[in-house]
Ligand binder design. Structure first.
Ligand code: Z5A
Length: 212
């Protein structure tokens, strides 16, 4: 008997988060876990999807200041958590979430240079002790990730940032996985088949340990 869990996928652009979410859902199904929802941040509620569109938009005569961007990420996150994720968990559903608060630490903290203390204050204020049971971090070189993302679609205002922005974001991700035992790192530079195989293996090992 396994208690339902909150699972997060993290990583830079083109790391393969979308594929990983589908892969994890399949693994859960194989364990006879069918009550699953897939969500993404920012997004997955009508209000949060509007915030997502706003954040990704390029404006001719205005730019987001970094604090505005951080607050919008948090607004979308709280909207999703309170209206979808928490009720789903309460109703026994498993939740797979494409990105969570570690993205804010990496992008707005590492990439844009907002102090960690400010982001931590927001986290403590709004998320409190609500933390994922497991985070799968897909580690990818920014060059490879951006190349993949570019192949898929034109880059939005965040994706258009310098390689240095993404290098700094990756550094924060890597620093955090060392501090948090609930994060599993996967090498996402490898081909899709190998990445999927490695996610399956690590996810299965983790699931075995969750038996209560
Ligand atoms: N953002 C933020 O700044 N702060 C925050 O707090 C949050 C978000 C929550 C939206 O996120 C933007 O919001 C994002 C970060 C910011 N902006 N940027 N830049 P998103 O997760 O929705 O957007 P994304 O990271 O740009 O998604 P993505 O590019 O779609 O990444 P992905 O889901 O990891 O990749 P994918 O769609 O699975 O794969 C991309 C392509 O690569 C696709 O054609 C795949 O078939 C291919 N692919 C995937 N894996 C492989 C392997 N292993 N080999 C070869 N090809 C592969």
């Amino acid at each position: 008997m396994q208690k339902n869990k909150f699972i997060v996928i993290e990583g830079l652009e083109g790391a393969g988060k979308t594929n990983a979410c589908i892969c994890i859902k399949k693994i859960l199904n194989q364990y006879n876990i069918k009550n699953i929802i897939l969500v993404r941040q920012p997004g997955s509620t009508p209000i949060a999807e509007e915030i997502r569109k706003l954040i990704q938009k390029k404006f001719d005569t205005d730019n987001f200041i970094k604090e505005t961007e951080l607050l919008l990420m948090y607004a979308a996150r709280i909207q999703l958590i309170e209206t979808i994720i928490k009720p789903a968990l309460k109703n026994g559903k498993w939740v797979i979430c494409d990105r969570h608060d570690l993205s804010s630490l990496a992008y707005q903290g590492g990439g844009l240079g907002i102090k960690k203390t400010i982001i931590t204050q927001l986290k403590n204020l709004f998320l409190k002790d609500f933390i994922p049971d497991l985070t799968i971090y897909l580690d990818i070189s920014p060059k490879i990730g951006l190349k993949r993302a570019l192949k898929r679609s034109p880059l939005d205002q965040i994706e258009n940032r310098s390689l240095n922005f993404f290098k700094k974001a990756r550094k924060i991700y890597l620093k955090n996985i060392k501090l948090n035992q609930k994060i599993i790192k996967i090498n996402a530079n490898l081909d899709l088949k190998t990445v999927t195989k490695n996610i399956t293996k690590k996810m299965s090992n983790w699931l075995h340990k969750q038996v209560i």
